[in-house]
Design a protein around this ligand. Structure first.
Ligand SMILES: Cc1ncc(COP(=O)(O)O)c(C=O)c1O
Length: 409
C-alpha cells in the first residue's frame, strides 16, 4: 500500500474533477493541485510587487515570500537557501551550469551518458566546442542501465565534469549517484545531476548524494511552468562568477578611471539577475509543501506499484509479446515511467489511438534519441508515466485500450 489515498489526492486536481482524461504524460509535465493554483492567484491578488528593490510593504511582502520559497525548496533537497538558484527550468539550469563552469572545463573532458536527455547533452557540446573540451559518453546495457565498466573507463584525471541524470525520462532507470560522485570526486571532477525526473518522484538529498550541482523543473512536480532550480554547492557558489549577470546580481557597481568595479551579491542572488519568477516561486513552494505532506518515499512506492501492476496485467492479457518495453522489467532502481512500442506500429499512431480512448501519453524520442537508437528503438517509443494521483483504474484503461489497438493492428 502507498501510505496515502490517491483517490483523496485526485479531489485536489480540478483536471480530474472536470474531465475523464487518463493522464499518463507526467514525465512531460504534471498537473497542479488547487492549492498551487490558489497560492499563485492569491499572490497576484494580495502581494504582487517586484522583489529586493522596494522599501514599500508590498515589495517587502513579495520579497519575503520569494525568500521563503528558496528556503522551502532548499529544505526539500537537503540544501541551504544560499545554494538554491531559481531559473526557468531544467534546460536553463543545465545551460547555466555549463556556462558557469566554462573556465573550469577549458582543455579538459566532460563525461555524459548514453541515457541523457538532449538538455543534458547540448549545453555541454556547446561549451566543449567553445573551450576545446572533449566529450565522452558512458554506455548502457540492453536494459538501459549504466555500464559501470564504461563509466570507470571514461572518468580519468582529465575529467572536469560528470553530467548524469538521476532518473532516465525514457527507461525510468535510476542511477547510483553516490557511486558516481565517489568516482568523479576521486579524480577531482564535479558532478552535475539532471534531476528533472528524479526530484519530482524520489526522496532526494544533495548532501547524501554528495553532488556539486542539481537541476530540476517546477512544472514536473506540481508547480507552475517558468520556474526551475539549479542547486550549486555552497563553496562552489561562493567562488563562481555569474554566467548571466545583470541587475540584482550585484551589491555595487562603480565606475572610475580604472574602469568598472563590481561587488557581487551573495549567492543565490548573484545568479538571479533581472526580475525573477516571483509568483512561480510562490507556486513551487506550495507544490513542495504538498509533496512533503504526502511523502516522497510514499510517492515513489506508489508509482512503482502502478508499474508492477502494468507489467502484471500485460502478462495476464497476453500482451507481452506484442508490447516491446524499452528499459528494465525489474522493479529495482526504476521509477514510474514505461516506454514501449506496440508491434510494428509507429509510436505516434499508437499515441493517437490511445488519445481516442482519452488516454494521454507521449510518443517519439522524448528528447533522448541517442538512448532510443542504442536500444534499437529507431522510430522512438510510446511513453506512459505516472504520478502520485494515478490509480490502478488508469492502468487498467491503458491495458484495455492497448489490447483493442493491438487487435486492430
Ligand atoms: C531528464 C530530463 N532532463 C531535462 C528535461 C528538460 O526539462 P525542461 O523542459 O523543464 O527544461 C526533461 C524534461 O522533459 C527531462 O525529462
Amino acid at each position: 500500500m502507498s501510505g496515502y489515498d490517491p483517490y483523496e489526492i485526485r479531489k485536489d486536481f480540478y483536471i480530474f474533477v472536470n474531465t475523464d482524461i487518463v493522464y499518463l504524460d507526467n514525465a512531460a509535465t504534471s498537473q497542479r493541485p488547487r492549492q498551487v493554483i490558489e497560492a499563485i492567484r492569491e499572490f497576484y491578488e494580495k502581494s504582487n510587487a517586484n522583489v529586493h528593490r522596494g522599501i514599500h510593504r508590498l515589495s517587502m511582502e513579495a520579497s519575503k515570500l520569494y525568500e521563503e520559497a528558496h528556503e522551502k525548496v532548499a529544505k526539500f533537497i537537503g540544501a541551504e537557501m544560499s545554494e538554491v538558484v531559481f531559473v526557468k527550468g531544467t534546460t536553463e539550469a543545465l545551460n547555466m551550469a555549463a556556462n558557469l563552469l566554462l573556465d573550469h572545463l577549458r582543455g579538459g573532458e566532460i563525461v555524459l551518458t548514453r541515457m541523457e536527455h538532449h538538455s543534458n547533452i547540448l549545453p555541454w557540446l556547446r561549451i566543449a566546442r567553445i573551450v576545446g573540451a572533449k566529450v565522452k559518453v558512458v554506455d548502457v546495457d540492453s536494459d538501459g542501465r549504466l555500464l559501470w565498466d564504461s563509466m570507470e573507463k571514461a572518468v580519468t584525471e582529465k575529467t572536469r565534469v560528470v553530467a548524469v541524470t538521476l532518473m532516465s525520462n525514457v527507461s525510468s532507470v535510476i542511477n547510483d549517484i553516490e557511486r558516481i560522485s565517489r568516482l568523479a570526486h576521486s579524480v577531482g571532477a564535479l558532478v552535475v545531476v539532471d534531476g528533472a525526473q528524479g526530484v519530482p518522484h524520489l526522496p532526494v538529498n544533495v548532501k547524501s548524494m554528495d553532488i556539486d550541482m542539481l537541476a530540476f523543473s517546477g512544472h514536473k512536480m506540481l508547480g507552475p511552468t517558468g520556474i526551475g532550480v539549479l542547486y550549486i554547492r555552497k563553496d562552489l557558489a561562493e567562488e563562481l562568477e555569474p554566467a548571466f549577470p545583470g541587475g540584482g546580481a550585484i551589491k555595487a557597481v562603480s565606475y572610475t578611471d580604472e574602469g568598472f568595479k563590481i561587488v557581487w551579491e551573495d549567492p543565490p542572488w548573484k545568479f538571479e539577475a533581472g526580475t525573477p519568477p516571483i509568483a512561480q516561486a510562490v507556486g513551487l513552494a506550495k507544490a513542495v509543501e504538498y509533496l512533503e505532506r504526502i511523502g516522497m518515499e510514499n510517492i515513489y512506492r506508489h508509482e512503482v506499484e502502478l508499474i508492477e501492476y502494468f507489467f502484471k496485467r500485460l502478462a495476464e492479457e497476453g500482451l507481452e509479446d506484442k508490447i516491446k518495453i524499452l528499459g528494465p522489467r525489474s522493479l529495482e532502481k526504476r521509477g514510474g515511467i514505461v516506454s514501449f512500442t506496440l508491434g510494428k506500429q509507429d509510436p505516434h499512431v499508437t499515441a493517437y489511438m490511445l488519445d481516442k480512448h482519452k488516454i494521454a501519453v507521449r510518443s517519439g524520442f522524448h528528447c533522448a534519441q541517442p538512448l532510443h537508437e542504442r536500444l534499437g528503438f529507431n522510430r522512438g517509443s510510446v511513453r506512459a508515466s505516472v504520478y502520485l494521483y494515478n490509480v490502478e483504474e488508469d492502468i487498467e484503461k491503458l491495458i484495455v485500450a492497448l489490447k483493442t489497438i493491438a487487435n486492430l493492428a
